[in-house]
Structures are given as C-alpha cells and as structure tokens.
Design a protein around this ligand. Structure first.
Ligand SMILES: Cc1cc2nc3c(=O)[nH]c(=O)nc-3n(C[C@H](O)[C@H](O)[C@H](O)COP(=O)(O)OP(=O)(O)OC[C@H]3O[C@@H](n4cnc5c(N)ncnc54)[C@H](O)[C@@H]3O)c2cc1C
Length: 469
C-alpha cells in the first residue's frame, strides 16, 4: 500500500534534489522494488536519488519535519527485505559513487555509500593494498549496505565482519543532521562509539553516506583447494587441523554438500564438478601468507595428512588463478544454483563451530520428518560456524504448499539453533523478515534497551520503520 505523502512534501523534495535527483517513473522504480529472490515486491510514492551528503541531509530533514518514513537502499542485494519499501519514500545511494581517498600509508580507503564492494577492491589494488571483505554479491552490494548490515562473507575467519573493518563513518541522522565521523584511527577510545551503533542498524538510525575502511597488504602466496569429506563432523576436524597447520593464515573455510553442488551443475552454465567422483560433503579451503610458497606448503601438508589418515577422500588444488576462480564459483553459486528449484525456506544461522555437525544432523532429521522428500542444502562459512541452511520443496512438489509451511518449519530450525547457543541471523541481519522471530529469542531486557536507543535518535520512527525493534 502506498502511503499518501502530501504534495507539499513532494514538491519540497523535488526542489532540493533537482533534476536527475528523483523519480516517480514506474520503469525506473521497478528494479528497486523487487528483491533478489523475488520474495518481496515493494511500492513507494517517490524515489530520492541524492547526489551528495548535503542532499541526503535535506531529504531526511524534510521527512523528519513532516513525519514521512524513509527506506534507504544500496545495491538491493539484502536477503531479509529491509531495503524494499512498503509505502515509504525510497532513498537510493546510487549517485553517491565517489572514492574520496585511498591511502597506502594510513592503510585506509574512504568511499561513499553507493560505491560497490568490487569497486573498493579495485581501488585498493591500484595502490597495492587489499580490502578483504568478500561476498558473492560484491558486484552490486554497496559500502552503505555492507556497513548497515554488518556483512560477513568469506574472510571473516581472518579479518572479522564489516564492523571490524570500519575505522570511521559519515552519516545523516534521523533528524537530518550530518555527523562527520570519518576518522582513520586504529585507536580512539573515547566512550560510546556512534559508528558501532550505525553499523548493522539496517538503516534505522540514519543513512550512512561514507565510510573509511581498513586496508591490508596483498599477500604473496595463496593456495585454494576443494577437499571431499564424508561428514560435517569430519569437515570440522579439518578446520581445526587447517588452523593448527597454517596458523593465522586460513583465509576461508567454506562447506557445501553434494545436493547444493548438483543444483549448481544443473542450473548454472559453465560449472564443473571439481572432483571425478561424487562425495557427500566438500570444503573449500583458502590459505594465504605474506611469505612466498608458504601457503602452498601448508595446503599440501594439510591435504596429504588428511588423505593419509582418511579424513579427506579426494582433493583438488588450484594451479592457476583461473582454476581458483572455478573452485570459488561452485561455492558462490550455491544460492543462485538452488533458485530455480522452487520454494525454499532459507536460514542464515550460526552456532559455535563445535556444534555445526550436531546442528546439521538434528535439523535435517527434523526437516525430513516434517516434509518428507524435502531437499536440503547446508553450505556457508563453516570457519565462523555460519550455515546457510536451506530447505527446498520436494522435487516436483507444490511451491504454495511448501511456502505455507515455512513459518512452522523455520521455528523448528531456529529452536534447534537456540538450544545450541546460536543466532537466527549470522550475517544477513533481521530486516522485515526476521524481526518478529528475533523478538521471540532475544531477552526482553535487551529489546527494551535497543528500543530506547532508537526512540531517542528517531522519536518519530521515520527511518526504516518496519525493520528491527
Ligand atoms: C548472491 C548473494 C550472496 C550474498 N552473500 C553474502 C555473504 O556472504 N555475507 C553477507 O553478509 N551477506 C551476503 N549477501 C547479502 C547482501 O549482499 C548483504 O547484506 C549486503 O551487505 C547488502 O548490501 P546492499 O548494498 O545490497 O544493501 P541493500 O540490500 O540495498 O540494503 C540492505 C539493508 O541496509 C540498509 N541500507 C542500505 N544502504 C544504506 C545506507 N547507505 N545507510 C543506511 N542503511 C542502508 C537498507 O535499508 C537495508 O536494510 C548476499 C546476497 C546475495 C544476493
């Protein structure tokens, strides 16, 4: 339902944004109103396309005064619906595309909110540095989006989440005021830290307009491999062993099952089965080091010891950059590969690493009893205990029937997660999809404190009102 916004507010917004700074054209709006998995279709009376932080401030100032709600949007790759407006004004950061600075002395890059993650990678490489946050969606996901969702990705094991990579932020608060906190300090211990409130706030505490981000050296040696193992429990043993052998040099440790790989081979063009025989589970391991040859040596030792004592059934090590990309491609296409298979209940959960195998066993037993014939993919960032646990309708089954059971099935999965001390959202956030579910599991004390913070910064609740508590 589109909420009526007064003609006066619309004409004031048009005046401050100027030509090219707004749209009400349905064709221009359409791609921004559809979520990546086609799960949410939104609507909005007005698309604001601010070209500067000052423009963002003007838009939010007008909306604050008039009590008009806003949904911020970056690359529209979010997976929990938070970026899809349901009647709010849509504020897109697509014109905030400047890289303001890249500095190899301070090891920092300052990028505006609408810069894509891939563009940040390229700008860092151009000065001989690296920004280590990696997502399969990095060609579209933006800095404002990754900051606002505290995105995780493939290298969290070594570098942490986005929160660990942000040195400073510039943002417009819900009353329209600009906060310039674009520091580039590694140490700044001066009480409450506003940037940490905004990171992961999913657009509820203001609009992030720019961020200063940590850069890292480019590592001289890198080894990428896929190894086949018999079970998630053995995959966990391989993770522990990889950390022991490579020290802090394990960059990524991802897991996927045969079912997910088969979907990729069937539904995504130009993909190859990495090994000659099928196996029930696979781990993708990446080791990287500053010393030439050491990553390769650590990988060789890890795999040869694993093969010798029967933990690893078979393995392939990439010999070229192109081969490494091909191995990553089957991992990164796990989500797109299952999309054509029909209705899916998606879970982005985490449990302590020691509980990953137990979770997969318990949840799969429960799901197979609940929906006989359902197809399960359990892939993701195993090194962080993060599992993308997806339950797809039976082959040839009915989408509507499967979707109707989603809430009940997801509650069963989340109850198992909670019983293991886990989280119902490891890295995608809560958005409009999981806020109510999170309320069920969070303590009332915590929810009340979080609501008090929001109320104090945004008393009219104009910023992404459907998202978070
Ligand atoms: C194929 C695929 C793979 C993915 N892999 C991962 C993964 O490995 N790890 C992971 O963490 N996520 C992953 N994601 C999810 C998604 O890419 C991330 O959540 C990403 O951070 C979203 O960025 P975005 O620019 O697309 O944000 P959007 O989708 O546009 O917005 C996401 C949220 O942030 C808010 N927001 C956006 N920009 C701003 C801003 N400037 N200021 C304030 N609020 C803002 C929105 O209101 C919304 O609530 C994946 C998605 C896809 C499609």
């Amino acid at each position: 339902m589109t909420v009526a916004v007064s003609a006066d507010v619309l004409s004031r917004l048009k005046a401050v944004l100027g030509e090219g700074g707004w749209s009400q054209d349905p064709d221009r709006l359409a791609p921004k109103l559809l979520e990546w998995r086609d799960r949410w279709v939104g609507n909005t009376p007005f698309l604001a396309l601010p070209g500067s932080t000052v423009d963002v401030s003007a838009v939010i100032g007008i909306c604050h005064e008039a009590g008009v709600a806003i949904t911020p949007q970056g690359g529209n790759t979010g997976l929990v619906g938070g970026q899809i407006p349901q009647g709010e004004i849509l504020l897109s950061t697509e014109r905030l595309r400047a890289i303001r600075d890249v500095d190899a002395f301070d090891d920092v890059i300052v990028a505006e909110a609408g810069v894509t993650l891939s563009a940040v990678h390229e700008a860092a490489l151009a000065v001989g540095r690296r920004f280590p946050l990696g997502l399969a969606s990095e060609g579209s996901a933006t800095i404002g989006g990754v900051v606002s969702t505290n995105a995780g990705g493939t290298a969290v094991l070594r570098y942490g989440n986005t929160r660990d990579l942000v040195l400073g932020l510039e943002a417009v608060l819900p009353n329209g005021e600009i906060w310039n906190g674009l520091k580039r300090l590694r140490k700044d211990n001066t009480g409450y830290d506003l940037k940490h409130l905004l990171i992961g706030a999913e657009g509820t505490l203001g609009v992030v307009t720019a961020a200063s981000l940590k850069l890292f050296p480019i590592l001289a040696s890198r080894a990428t491999a896929i190894a086949a193992v018999d079970s998630p429990a053995i995959a966990t043993r391989m993770l522990v062993r990889a950390k022991d052998i490579a020290g802090g040099a394990v960059e990524a440790f991802e897991r996927m099952g045969r079912q997910g790989l088969e979907f990729v081979l069937k539904n995504i063009p130009n993909q190859r089965d990495p090994l000659t025989e099928p196996h029930p589970w696979y781990v993708l391991i990446e080791i990287a080091s500053g010393q030439p040859g050491t990553a390769e040596a650590a990988m060789e030792r890890l795999l040869s010891e694993g093969l010798a004592d029967g933990l690893v059934r078979d393995a392939v090590v990439a010999q070229t950059e192109a081969q490494a990309k091909a191995l990553w491609s089957v991992r990164e296409n796990q989500s797109p590969g299952q999309k054509p298979e029909g209705a899916t209940w998606k879970h982005d959960i985490s449990v302590p690493v020691s509980q990953v195998a137990h979770f997969i066993e318990s949840a799969s037993e429960a799901m197979r009893a609940f929906v006989p014939g359902c197809r399960i993919t359990a892939f993701g960032h195993m090194g962080d205990g993060n599992i993308h646990y997806d339950v797809i309708r039976p082959d040839g089954g009915d989408n509507a029937r499967h979707s109707a059971l989603r809430d009940q099935g997801s509650r069963m999965v989340h109850d198992i997660v909670a019983s293991l001390g886990g989280s119902i959202s490891a890295e995608h956030g809560l958005g409009s999809m999981k806020t109510e579910e999170a309320r069920h599991y969070k303590s009332p004390v915590e929810v009340a404190a979080l609501m008090a913070i929001r109320q104090s910064l945004d008393p009219k609740r104009i910023m992404n009102p459907r998202v978070l508590f």
